[in-house]
Each structure stands twice: as C-alpha cells, then as structure tokens.
Design a protein around this ligand. Structure first.
Ligand SMILES: O=P(O)(O)OC[C@H]1O[C@](O)(CO)[C@@H](O)[C@@H]1O
Length: 549
C-alpha cells in the first residue's frame, strides 16, 4: 500500500505508526478478512443501539495500541473531563461547551460561573413541552382560529442543518398534524418556494438564531413577518404566528416576537451543537415532545459511554483515531459518510458544518501555527445513489478515502424487498472496497465470458479493483429517535477527540467572519457608486451585475 506520510509530530509513537503504515501489504484487508475468524469479535463494539464494525480497517492490535497511545499522550481523558465539567474549553471566546448538559440523563448539577445550569434547562424544556401541547391539542390557534398545521423554521447553519436531518430521518415518527418546513438561504427562491404553498392562518414561524444578528435569518424573518401582515394579520395577532429561540432576547423582542414566545439559549451552546436545545423546537413539534426526549436520551447515553468507557472500547474515540490514522499516515484528505437510509440523506450536510466549522483550524489553542494537517473534508450522501455517482472514484481512484456506511437493518417504509436490496448493496460496497478484485480474478471472469486472450489483456487493467480501502459500518436495528440521537452525539464527540489530538479549539469559527464583512461592503456597490478602487475582476463582475438588472 503506497502512502504519503503526513507527520503527526509530538507523539512517542509517531515514527512507529508511519513505519507500520508503509508496511501494510496491498492485500491486507482481503487476507485478514478471510483468515482472521475472530476479527469481528475484536473489532466491533455495540453501544446505545449502535453496532460499529471496524473490521475493514488497515489496522491490527499493535497499530490500534499505538493510536491509543497518541490519544493518551494528547491528554484526551483529561480533555473529556474538562468538557463535561464546564471548563472554559472554548478559550478564544472564553466559554464553556456544555451542549452535553442539554441531553444529560441525570440530575447532577453542572456549574457555569458557579451556578447550576440544570434548572434553566428544565424550565426551557417545560416551555418547549407546553408549546407542543398547546399546538398539538389545537389550543394554540392562528389568528382566524384555525389549528396550526405548518411550522417554518427560519434559521441557517447550526440553526437549520441538524434540525432538518432529524425531521427528515424521523419522517415515520411524524405525528401527522405538523408539517415542518425550512427557510435558510438568503436566496429569495428559498423563502418564496416555501411560502407559496402555505396558508398564513395555519402557519407558525420559529425564528431560530443564537445571536439574532445573522443576515440570512433576519432578512427571511422580515419577509415572513411581511407575508403575515399582508395576509391581513394585525400586529397584535403576530404573536399567534411567531416564536423565537435565541440568546439575544432583546433583539428578538425588538423584532416583534412576544416575550412569552421567546425561548432562551445560552452562550455555552455552540450554534452547530444546538439542536438539543430549544433550537430543536421544530423537531418536537413534528415528532412530538416525548420523541424529542428520546432523541436526547440517545445522545445523553452516548455522552455517558464517551465519558466512562475505556478508550479502547469507546465508540467516538475509536472513530476518531481511525480518522487520525488515515488522515496522517495515508494522506487521506477527506472522509465520506454514506447513509444507506434515505432519511439520512442530509446527514452529511450537517456533519460538514459540525466537523469542518469545528476543526477547520490552522492554529492551536494557544495561537501557534499547527504542525500537521487538521480537519478532513467531509462529504458523502446516501446509498444506493452513491453507487451511480461517486463510488467509482472510491473503488478505482488514486486516493484513500475512508468511508462510514450507516446502515439501519430495517426500514420504516418497507416496499417489497427493496430494503433488503438497499442493505445488500451497502454491505457489498464495503466488501468491494476492502477486497477489491485481483487481476487473476478479472482474467478468469473474462475467460469464462468467452473473451479472447487479446481482449482479456486489453480489458483486465481497467477491471482490476485494488481493494484495501477502509470503511466502518455503523449499524442499528432501526433508525429511531434514540439511535439517531446516539449517532449525532457520537459524531460530535468524535470531532471533539480529533480537536484534542490536534490541540485546536473546535468551538469557535472566526474564519467565517471575513466573508460576511466583505459581503456587507460589496452589497451597496451592486446598487451604485464608484468602483475605481476595486480590483479589475471585482469591478468587472459588479459592472456585469449592474448591466443585468
Ligand atoms: O444561530 P445564528 O446565530 O443565527 O448563527 C447561524 C450560524 O452562523 C454561524 O455563526 C456561521 O456560519 C454558525 O456557526 C451558526 O450555526
């Protein structure tokens, strides 16, 4: 197996891991998967309704042991304690990181600035529950007395992506009364396409914004407000159609949301980790509050496992260290997450934000330039669509791209034997990646098909599949609120572990600010004014834009 070694400096086993990577034979997975009958017992772990099968990885006990040495030398165990105890681990913003407290299944106090945050969480949950009860019972009515049938979440990034994954993935748990809708993009096509099919009398908007300063969300919220008013709703009746979730109560009030319709958020909940908070209101309105609690329970149990299990048997840690292995020692620049479940088709969009906004960093926590690559490029989608799009590159391209295949064993929408086909195809992809197809097998197949020797030699190189390409299987019996919660929390903690290995702050996102600032500067120039001082491209593009109006 050829590997471009990307150093992971600073660990006692870095050199040894590099050597081990370069010595892995090209048929390692094919051989070990066939010969090591105990491999599944050793390289699988069951937790929170999930089964992680990591047999198809370029690892043996010695490599794994060295990867855990890396984890220990990075002081991972201390970092996990620091996260859960509310230490200020987001050091640039001087914040604790306690989204875990939102889903904790016990009543142990968690202190921020000396104060227990659990009572505030409880009160927020009661407020969510009460809203759900009022909407579902029909007590909450629109201004003409009609029952609420549609909820539109206006929010972007962390105030959108995770919510959408959950309501899509749990489609079969929808209660039926509420249909969820999302408006995120500043592109006017987003809000117009959503609103054109809705009746304002039956529609409730949730403006979800941690800061309540986000351009896209405020612009869309203004349009929603205008749409309501233009339909004949009075200012006084807006309260029947507007809810906000935010840390910035003042801005939400100034926007015109009634005080009793504002649910709180706290600065110790990062935006991309906020679906567990009242930001998840649309989830509870769609699947019911009790189901939302089950989602929290799955995530809370995964957190408990993450805190308590030894590193060697710890699902987020394992996933993380396998990522580190390929990232640094096989030059894997990206990581694919492919769900063999239609409902999870948007999962990768959410994980892109959680992973890339968290670990896309180039300086360590103390501001020094990092000495190795950090966050991987996360991409993927859903099977079997993947097989008709990008899997070719994974099987025969030149790069090592580790894959997570997420595969529920049952379908909530069974039709004939289609789910069996789906599952069989997912497993087949994993085996094809691991085992490949050797030149001898290809020649034999072509000979059996009656090809001439000449044709066989012409086609054989194209049909060889190298194999030895790693993947994890993440299985569950069924995708439920509980198992989905566990999956999402597992990825969040996996990302945290990698940030600890790389000594970066996973909880700030300064890199997104410059683009926002430049956007604000360019916006007025689209309408007029002097372009003299701009570079030739920017000036010409704006001139073209003006001409097109
Ligand atoms: O919830 P808010 O404050 O509107 O922020 C939305 C998103 O914008 C970002 O700040 C940057 O894109 C994300 O981190 C966040 O999830």
């Amino acid at each position: 197996m050829s590997s471009t070694l990307s150093p992971l400096p600073g660990f006692s086993v870095s050199g040894k891991l590099g050597e081990q990577a370069s010595q892995i034979p090209g048929d390692f997975l094919r051989t070990t998967m066939q010969q090591d009958s105990d491999r599944f017992n050793r390289y699988s772990i069951e937790e929170c309704g999930l089964l992680l099968d990591y047999t198809r990885h370029l690892i043996d006990d010695s490599i794994l042991s060295d990867l855990f040495t890396v984890a220990r030398e990075s002081k991972l165990e201390e970092a996990i304690k620091a996260q859960f105890s509310g230490e200020i681990i987001n050091n640039t913003e001087k914040r604790a990181v306690l989204h875990s407290a939102l889903r904790a299944q016990d009543n142990t106090p968690v202190l921020v600035d000396g104060e227990d945050i659990k009572p505030g969480i409880k009160a927020m949950r009661e407020q969510m529950k009460a809203i759900c009860e009022r909407v579902h019972s029909g007590e909450w009515k629109g201004h003409t007395g009609k029952t609420i049938r549609h909820v539109v979440n206006i929010g972007i990034g962390g105030s959108y992506l995770g919510l959408k994954v959950v309501t899509d993935a749990l489609h079969s748990f929808w209660q039926g009364q509420i249909t969820p809708h999302y408006v995120a993009n500043i592109d006017p096509a987003d809000i117009t396409s959503v609103l054109k099919n809705l009746n304002p009398e039956e529609t409730l908007f949730v403006i979800a914004s941690k800061t309540f300063t986000t351009l896209e969300t405020l612009a869309n919220a203004q349009q929603a407000r205008k749409w309501l008013l233009e339909s004949g709703i009075s200012e006084a009746d807006l309260a029947k159609h507007l809810i906000a979730v935010s840390c910035n109560i003042q801005a939400a009030t100034e926007f015109g949301v009634a005080e009793e319709n504002i649910l709180p958020l706290w600065d110790w909940v990062g935006g991309r980790y906020s679906l567990w908070s009242a930001i998840g209101l649309i989830i509870s309105l769609t699947i019911g509050y009790d189901r939302f609690e089950e989602l929290l329970a799955g995530a809370g149990d995964m957190d408990k496992h993450f805190q308590e299990a030894p590193l060697e048997k710890n699902m987020p840690v394992l996933m993380s260290m396998l990522g580190v292995w390929y990232h640094h020692f096989f030059d894997a620049q990206s990581h694919a997450v492919i769900s063999y479940d239609h409902g999870l088709r948007g999962l990768v969009d959410h994980l892109q934000q959680v992973d890339m906004e968290s670990n896309g960093k180039r300086v360590t926590k103390d501001g020094k330039t990092v000495s190795c690559n950090t966050g991987p490029i996360i991409w993927g989608g859903s099977g079997t669509n993947d097989q008709h799009a990008y899997m070719q590159l994974l099987h025969q391209g030149t790069r090592t791209i580790p894959v997570d295949f997420i595969m529920p064993a049952t379908s909530h929408s069974p039709v004939a034997d289609q789910h069996e086909w789906l599952f069989a195809n997912g497993l087949a992809q994993a085996n094809a990646l691991a085992n490949g197809r050797s030149i001898d097998e290809v020649r034999e197949e072509l000979a059996t098909a009656g090809k001439t020797v000449e044709e066989i030699e012409r086609l054989a190189p194209h049909k060889v599949i190298p194999g030895n390409r790693p993947c994890s299987l993440l299985l569950c019996k069924a995708l439920t609120p509980y198992t989905l919660g566990a999956i999402l929390a597992m990825y969040e903690q996996k990302i945290f572990v990698q940030s600890v290995i790389w000594q970066i702050n996973a909880f700030d996102q300064w890199g997104v600010e410059l683009g926002k600032l430049l956007g604000k500067q360019l916006y007025p120039m689209l309408k007029g004014g002097d372009l003299e001082l701009l570079d030739s491209s920017t000036r010409s593009v704006i001139e073209q834009f003006r001409k097109a109006q």
